[in-house]
Design a protein around this ligand. Structure first.
Ligand code: 8DG
Length: 134
C-alpha cells in the first residue's frame, strides 16, 4: 500500500453561507483545481496547529483553535499516495483572506461547488457542506 499523507483542510464559511475555495497555483501538483485551504501536517504538529499555521501563511488569517469544528474527512487513494484529510469548519476569523501565495480565491455557495473542478478526494465532501449550509 502507498504511504498515507495527512493533510488538514478547512471550509471557511462566511455570513452568507458561502465557502472559500483556493485555486492551486501553476507548478504545484493538481494545478488549477479548486481546494479547501490547508496543507500537510508537519512532524510534531497537531492537525489544528497545522491548519492555523496554513491559514496564516496562505491567506493571512488569524484563527483561534476554539473556532475550528470537525465536519468530516476524505480518505482517497491517489496513484502515488493515500490522502487522509480531516475537514474542519470555521465561521469566525480575524482578517480578510488574501492569496498570499498567488492563489485565486473564490467564495462559493455549497450548491455551486460542483462548478469548480476540485481534487478527486474532495468530491465526497460536498454533500456535507450542502447539508451544513444549504
Ligand atoms: N489543501 C488541500 N489539499 C488537498 C485538498 N484535496 C486534495 O486532494 N489535496 C491534496 C493536494 C496535495 O497533494 C496535498 C496538500 O499538499 P500541500 O498543498 O500542503 O502541499 P503541496 O501542494 O506542496 O504538495 P505536493 O502535492 O505538491 O507535494 O493534499 C484540499 O481540499 N485542500
Amino acid at each position: 500500500m502507498s504511504r498515507i499523507v495527512l493533510v488538514v483542510a478547512c471550509a471557511l464559511i462566511d455570513a452568507d453561507g458561502r465557502v472559500l475555495l483556493a485555486q492551486r497555483p501553476e507548478g504545484k501538483s493538481m494545478a488549477g483545481l479548486w481546494e479547501f485551504p490547508g496543507g500537510k501536517v508537519e512532524t510534531g504538529e497537531r492537525p489544528e496547529e497545522s491548519l492555523i499555521r496554513e491559514l496564516r501563511e496562505e491567506l493571512g488569517l488569524t484563527v483561534k483553535e476554539a473556532c475550528l469544528a470537525p465536519l468530516t474527512f476524505a480518505s482517497h487513494a491517489y496513484e502515488d499516495f493515500h490522502l487522509l484529510m480531516p475537514l474542519f469548519v470555521c465561521r469566525r476569523w480575524e482578517g480578510t483572506p488574501t492569496g498570499r501565495e498567488g492563489q485565486a480565491l473564490k467564495w462559493v455557495r455549497p450548491v455551486r461547488l460542483r462548478d469548480y473542478p476540485m481534487p478527486a478526494a474532495d468530491e465526497p465532501l460536498i454533500p456535507f457542506l450542502m447539508d451544513l449550509v444549504g
